[in-house]
Design a protein around this ligand. Structure first.
Ligand SMILES: Cc1cc2nc3c(=O)[nH]c(=O)nc-3n(C[C@H](O)[C@H](O)[C@H](O)COP(=O)(O)OP(=O)(O)OC[C@H]3O[C@@H](n4cnc5c(N)ncnc54)[C@H](O)[C@@H]3O)c2cc1C
Length: 461
C-alpha cells in the first residue's frame, strides 16, 4: 500500500512551488557545493522521498548546524497514516485540501456569521469530480469508496465542518438513498446529475417530535391515491433543503405501516421549506424545517427498491462512518491551530508552548486525534470490504464525537480569550462539534447500539 510520493507538491498543496524555490538559489554557492557533493544524485534521491522522509529532511535542515532550530510545523498525522494510503487516495486528500484552503478558508467566517451556505462554490467543487471517485453511475460503490469519503471529510473538516456536511448530505445521505433504494430508471435519472452537482440533494428523516425514535414513531405519512401518493407531515433539521433540487422524504404508509421513501422535487405543491435560524453550530449549513401538506407525489418518484426501515438504516450505516470522520477532521484542525498558536503566543516572557500545562493539553489532543484517525481508517477498510456492522460504525461515531468534543475544548482553552473569536479559527471548530455530537445518532443511541451488540442484551426502551 505504501508508495513514495512522486510529487511532493501534489501530495501537499501547501508546499512551496519548486520553481519559486529554484529562483532563490545562490548559483555561486551552488557551484562550490557541487564540487563537494554529487548534486544530480542528491536531487534524484530527494525527488523519490516520501512525505515522511521529506518532513524529516526539513527538520534536519532546520537544525541549522547548532543555531536555534526552527519550530516544527503543526501536523496532526503524527503516525504518518497518510503514507499508508495509495497515490490515488492521497491525491484526493490533496485536492480537497487545496480546494478548502483556496476557496473556503478565505470566506468561511463571513458565511458563518451570515448563517448562509456559499452556493457560488458549487461549480468549483464540481471540478474536483469527487463523487465519481466514490460512486459508479449505477449506484454501486468504488472499491475504496469509504476511505475516499473519509479523506474528503477529514481534509474538509480540518478547515470547515459545514462544507463536509453539505457534501455528506448531498453525496452521502441523499445519493445513497437513491443508490440503495431507487430503481434502475430512478438511478439513471438522478445519479449522473447529482454527481455533477446539477441536482443538489437533501435527506428528510428527522421530525420535530421524532429524532432518536424516528424509526418507531415516524409521524409523516403517505397514502396511495390512484397513480400517486399523498404525503403529510413535518421534517426538521434537513440540511441543504432550503436550496436542494430534490429531497428524499421518508414516510410511513398509513395502510401497511411500512416506511417508504420518496423523491420530492423542489417546487412540488404542498411542499414548503423554512430555514432554521439561530443555530450556534454549523451555521454555514442551511437546515430547513419542511412541511408537507397534502403533497402529491407520482408513483414514479417513490423509491422503488426500498424495503421498509431496513433501507433507511442501511443508508445511515453507510453515512455514520462519514460522521465519525468529521470528528477526526474537526479535532485535527483544532489541534493544529492550537499547536501553532502555542508556538507564537507569549506570556510571562515565554511562548505558551514552553509551559508544561499547555504541553499536557497538546499531547492529550494529539493522542485523541491519533487514535481517532487510526480507528476511522480501520473502520473504512472494514466498510469497503463489506465487514462493517452497525455496531462498528456506531462505536466509531460515539468515540470520535466524544474525543472531538474534548479536543476542541482543550484547543479553545489554549487560545485563552482569543479562543472565542471567530478570526482565530478554533471557535468555529468548538461550536461545530456540538452538532457532530448530536446528529447521525446521538451519543446515547449509538452507545445503546454497541451495548446491545457486545452484551447480546438490548437496553433500548
Ligand atoms: C445541525 C444538524 C443537522 C442535521 N441534519 C439532518 C438532516 O439533514 N436530515 C435529517 O433527517 N436529520 C438531520 N438532523 C437531525 C439529527 O439526526 C437529530 O437531531 C438526532 O437524531 C437527534 O434527535 P433529536 O435532536 O430529536 O434529539 P432527541 O431524540 O429528542 O434526544 C434528546 C436527548 O435524549 C436522549 N435519548 C433519546 N432517546 C434515548 C434513549 N432511548 N435512551 C437514552 N437516551 C435517549 C438523546 O441521546 C439526547 O441526548 C440534524 C441535526 C442537526 C443538529
Amino acid at each position: 500500500m505504501t508508495s513514495p510520493a512522486k510529487d511532493a507538491t501534489a501530495s501537499n498543496p501547501m508546499a512551496p512551488n519548486p520553481m519559486d524555490l529554484l529562483a532563490q538559489i545562490d548559483l555561486q554557492a551552488l557551484g562550490k557545493l557541487s564540487g563537494r557533493v554529487d548534486l544530480p544524485a542528491l536531487l534524484n534521491a530527494a525527488s523519490r522521498m516520501s512525505d515522511g522522509q521529506l518532513k524529516q529532511l526539513t527538520r534536519m535542515l532546520a537544525g541549522d548546524g547548532g543555531k536555534k532550530a526552527a519550530l516544527p510545523t503543526a501536523d496532526g498525522d503524527f503516525y504518518g497514516l497518510m503514507e499508508t494510503l495509495s497515490d490515488d487516495e492521497r491525491e484526493v486528500a490533496a485536492q480537497t485540501k487545496e480546494f478548502m484552503h483556496t476557496h473556503v478558508a478565505p470566506i468561511m467566517n463571513e458565511y458563518w456569521s451570515r448563517d448562509e451556505f456559499p452556493k457560488h462554490l458549487i461549480p468549483e467543487l464540481r471540478k474536483l469530480d469527487l463523487l465519481r471517485k466514490i460512486w459508479n453511475e449505477d449506484g454501486t460503490r468504488k472499491p475504496n469508496a469509504t476511505i475516499i469519503e473519509g479523506l474528503v471529510t477529514l481534509e474538509a473538516c480540518k478547515v470547515d465542518v459545514s462544507t463536509a456536511v453539505f457534501f455528506g448530505v448531498h453525496a452521502g445521505l441523499a445519493f445513497a438513498s437513491i443508490a440503495l433504494g431507487g430503481s434502475a430508471e430512478q438511478k439513471a435519472e438522478w445519479l449522473p446529475k447529482m454527481m455533477d452537482f446539477e441536482a443538489i440533494g437533501a435527506f428528510g428523516l428527522t421530525e420535530p417530535e421524532g429524532g432518536s425514535q424516528v424509526s418507531q414513531g415516524m409521524r409523516t405519512t403517505c397514502k396511495r391515491d390512484g397513480d400517486g401518493w399523498i404525503l403529510n407531515g413535518e421534517k426538521k433539521w434537513i440540511g441543504n433543503s432550503t436550496f436542494s433540487d430534490l429531497t428524499v422524504i421518508w414516510a410511513r404508509d398509513v395502510d401497511t405501516q411500512e416506511v417508504r421513501g420518496f423523491i420530492v422535487r423542489a417546487g412540488t405543491p404542498g411542499y414548503a421549506v423554512k430555514k432554521i435560524e439561530g443555530k450556534i453550530a454549523l451555521r454555514i449549513v442551511e437546515n430547513g424545517h419542511i412541511t408537507l401538506g397534502n403533497c402529491r407525489i407520482e408513483e414514479r418518484d417513490r423509491l422503488q427498491a426500498v424495503q421498509g426501515w431496513r433501507t433507511t438504516a442501511d443508508v445511515l450505516k453507510l453515512t455514520r462512518a462519514g460522521v465519525a470522520w468529521q470528528g477526526v477532521g474537526c479535532a485535527m484542525g483544532a489541534y493544529e491551530l492550537a499547536l501553532t498558536y502555542s508556538q507564537t503566543r507569549k506570556q510571562f516572557g515565554k511562548r505558551i508552548g514552553e509551559f508544561q500545562l499547555i504541553q499536557n493539553h497538546l499531547v492529550h489532543m494529539l493522542g485523541n486525534v491519533t487514535s481517532m484517525f487510526t480507528l476511522c481508517l480501520r473502520l473504512s477498510y472494514m466498510a469497503d470490504r463489506g465487514e462493517m456492522n452497525d455496531e462498528h460504525a456506531a462505536l466509531a461515531k460515539v468515540f470520535t464525537a466524544a474525543r472531538c468534543r474534548e479536543t476542541v475544548a482543550f484547543a479553545r482553552e489554549t487560545f485563552g480569550g482569543n479562543g472565542i473569536l471567530l478570526e482565530h479559527g478554533v471557535a468555529k471548530h468548538f461550536a461545530d462539534t456540538e452538532a457532530i455530537y448530536s446528529y447521525e445518532g446521538t451519543n446515547e443511541i449509538n452507545t445503546l447500539v454497541v451495548g446491545r451488540a457486545i452484551t447480546g442484551l438490548s437496553a433500548f426502551v
